[in-house]
Design a protein around this ligand. Structure first.
Ligand code: NDP
Length: 237
């Protein structure tokens, strides 16, 4: 296996599907999440050998630092990083507690910044390195009741485009995926009525997002882009 792929939030949902697809494509996969058992469960589901999991809270600088040092020591330099770790705390801004603001921003935005920074150090030593951050159509379009979440995802778009410019000379590519409604634990609250507002008339599957992530990882002339995977939802927003 020649490519090492790190997937934050790889224990469930979209990150788990990305991990499974990358393993099928001959990558050695490192799965990160806060819950050790579910990360291990993902690793057990991966095709091939050599995959590992680490318990890592991406919102904690020291935790990220130590984890990436361990990854390099145990597995070597990183070729791919997919930032799928994320949380949503959906409520109106007037009802939002500042603690929740910090929590969402630290996980969704700061978390990706920290993992990118830690991974870049080792990506400088690999060929065809690429990063995919997972944003959201809500970050592009906004949504009432999701001010925190959309701010964190919109921030990720600016971060992605800027980082793409910053590291292009080192031949490292950075892109953003913006999913719509995807069937995972995160969307358990979404009503049938909302689903009917999707032009394609259904939720997306995590595997469908994973294929888009793979496209961005392996496309050598694509960087600084946002790829929307939403069944046309953005057209109706
Ligand atoms: P899930 O809730 O199914 O999975 C979230 C993953 O993130 C879990 O593996 C979770 O593991 C991990 N995670 C959460 N917080 C942290 C943290 N602080 N440190 C490390 N890992 C963490 O969500 P989805 O798969 O649906 O979402 C994946 C990404 O896609 C998120 O960024 C989300 O915002 C985005 N997205 C999802 C959409 C959807 O419709 N599902 C739509 C648009 C964007 P653990 O709890 O063990 O830490």
């Amino acid at each position: 296996m020649s490519r090492l792929a790190v997937v934050s939030g790889g224990s469930r949902g979209i990150g788990r599907a990305v991990s499974q697809l990358l393993a099928q494509r001959d990558c050695r996969v490192v799965v990160l999440s806060r819950n050790e058992d579910s990360a291990r469960d993902t690793v057990a589901s991966l095709q091939g050998d050599g995959h590992v999991s680490f318990c890592c809270d991406v919102s904690k600088e020291q935790n990220v630092q130590t984890t990436f040092e361990m990854i390099q020591k145990k597995c070597g330099n990183i070729t791919y990083l997919v930032n799928a770790a994320g949380i949503n705390l959906d409520t109106l801004l007037l009802r939002t507690h500042p603690v929740d603001m910090v929590s969402v921003l630290h996980t969704n935005l700061l978390g990706s910044m920290l993992t990118c920074r830690a991974a870049l150090r080792t990506m400088l030593h690999t060929k065809n390195a690429a990063i995919v951050n997972i944003g959201s159509v809500v970050g592009l379009k906004g949504n009432a009741g999701q001010t925190l979440y959309s701010a964190s995802k919109a921030g990720l778009e600016g971060f992605t485009r800027s980082l793409a410019k910053e590291v292009a000379s080192r031949k490292i590519r950075v892109n953003l995926l913006a999913p719509g409604f995807i069937w995972t634990d995160m969307t358990a609250w979404v009503t049938d009525e909302r689903v009917r507002s999707v032009p394609l008339g259904r939720f997306g599957e995590p595997e469908e997002v994973a294929h888009a992530a793979l496209f961005l990882l392996v496309s050598p002339y694509v960087t600084g882009q946002v790829l929307v995977v939403d069944g046309g939802l953005q057209l109706a927003m």
